[in-house]
Design a protein around this ligand. Structure first.
Ligand code: HAM
Length: 414
């Protein structure tokens, strides 16, 4: 038997309704904030991500599905969408025509990670990007959109962590202070962190290694390195979130695993996820457009992992009930009435009804059993007696009531 690739999952009909629900809710909530959907190719030139997400990140260094295509070009299955969207906007010049471009997506992504609960090699994200405003209002809009999605799904016991990385100058100042501190404590750090220390010191702050945690705990705080502009931006984000009644926790060690962030960064965590407790995250990325060859353009966005949302909803008992596959079961009591069954089914479908019929010539009884198992609301029975009077029998499955009705009348009544 050929197995699916490790870390990938088939979404079979027994769970597809959950996926449809998450996507329909994403669409409804996004549209309520006036966001429009964007779809980009599933693969991109590798440089979109190596330059966009950053050469020093785990995603680019260890997790990308990259290959050389037949034309000799290095191609990568997208590990995330933000860099790809920026590439698309720069290419189409769309973002230059409007004061703000608001976009959402619900799509598959690929990262070569070690699979475990909530961590796959092909996974899905719902995300949104708000492009062109440098002001804290758009950070707040993006965070409140993410919060609105959680609320619409009935997830309210999450933790929202927030931090700022400041502007470029503040970050450079902070990196200097941080490197000096980490160098003093180099012996106590893990091998990974020692090698990251100078190239990407911020990443040491979210190291999961126990021995790093003690060092990180006493590390200098970025808040102390912020200049006036960075501080004012963050203060406004905080005060607007408070005004909107959005609960959050300030987390000065939160840096996130992608290089493109500046100013506000945030992450959503939920206790049901175990060690992979983060189910969403995002932040501002003011330098990404120019890094990918566009005009300097401020932007902010977030993404949430769909598989992780499903784990949370299951733990909370908030998965939606599965939709019955059909409302009507058209039952031909004998194979002689197949054509009549087709005619009635077509008429029902043309009225917008979902209709199920038997395709394997089951007996009357077996079809009734099938109708019961399929959870339909009505069984429409086509049988000799009724047909001789141009009628059929309609059985209401919720109370077992059965009524004879003229075929024409039945169709008209729908
Ligand atoms: P990210 O934090 O890398 O951010 O991913 C966002 C979410 O995707 C994670 O919180 C997690 O729920 C889910 N996720 C990531 N990797 C996996 C995996 N291997 N298996 C299952 N779920 C996973 C980004 O991707 C940024 N593009 C977010 C963003 C948008 N920032 C600004 N705009």
């Amino acid at each position: 038997m050929i197995q699916a690739i490790r870390g990938t999952k088939d979404i079979l009909p027994d769970t597809i309704d959950y996926w449809s629900y998450l996507e329909a809710t994403a669409k409804a909530v996004s549209e309520s904030f006036a966001y429009k959907e964007i779809r980009t190719p599933i693969f991109e030139k590798t440089e979109v991500f190596s330059r966009g997400v950053g050469e020093g990140t785990d995603i680019v260094n260890k997790e990308m599905y990259s290959f050389t295509d037949r034309g000799g070009e290095s191609i990568t299955l997208r590990p995330e969408k933000t860099a790809a969207i920026v590439r698309a906007l720069v290419q189409s010049s769309l973002y230059q025509q409007q004061p703000t471009t608001r976009l959402w997506y619900f799509a598959p992504f690929f990262r070569y990670e070690r699979p475990q609960k909530g961590r796959l090699r092909q996974f899905h994200q719902y995300g949104a990007e708000c492009v062109s405003s440098p002001y804290p209002e758009s950070d707040v809009e993006i965070i409140s959109l993410a919060v609105a999605y959680c609320k619409a799904l009935g997830i309210d016991d999450y933790k929202l962590l927030i931090n700022t990385l400041g502007n470029e100058k503040s970050r450079a100042d902070y990196k200097e202070v941080l490197i000096a501190y980490l160098l003093e404590n180099k012996d106590k750090l893990s091998g990974d962190s020692q090698s990251r220390l100078e190239q990407n010191p911020l990443r040491v702050l979210d190291s999961k290694a126990e021995q790093d945690k003690a060092v990180v705990e006493n590390a200098p705080n970025i808040i102390d390195s912020l200049d006036e502009e960075s501080k004012a931006h963050f203060d406004q984000v905080i005060s607007s979130l408070k005004a909107m009644g959005i609960n959050f926790t300030l987390q000065p060690r939160l840096v996130r695993g992608l290089d493109y962030y500046s100013h506000t960064v945030f992450e959503f965590q939920h206790s049901s996820l175990g060690s992979q407790d983060s189910f969403g995250g995002g932040g501002r990325y003011n330098a990404l457009f120019s890094q990918l060859g566009g005009k300097e353009t401020p932007a902010v966005g977030f993404a949430m992992g769909v598989e992780r949302l499903l784990i949370i909803l299951e733990a909370l008992g908030k998965l939606p009930p599965m939709e019955p596959i059909a409302e009507y079961y058209v039952l031909a009591a004998d194979s002689k009435y197949i054509d009549k069954a087709f005619e009635v089914s077509s008429a029902l479908r043309s009225k917008g009804k979902k209709v199920l019929t038997d395709l394997v010539r089951r007996s009357f009884k077996a079809q009734m059993r099938d109708a019961g198992k399929s959870n339909v609301s009505y069984v429409v029975i086509i049988a000799e007696d009724e047909l001789s009077r141009d009628s059929l029998l309609v059985k209401n499955m919720s109370n077992s009531e059965q009524n004879e009705i003229k075929i024409t009348e039945f169709i008209e009544s729908l």
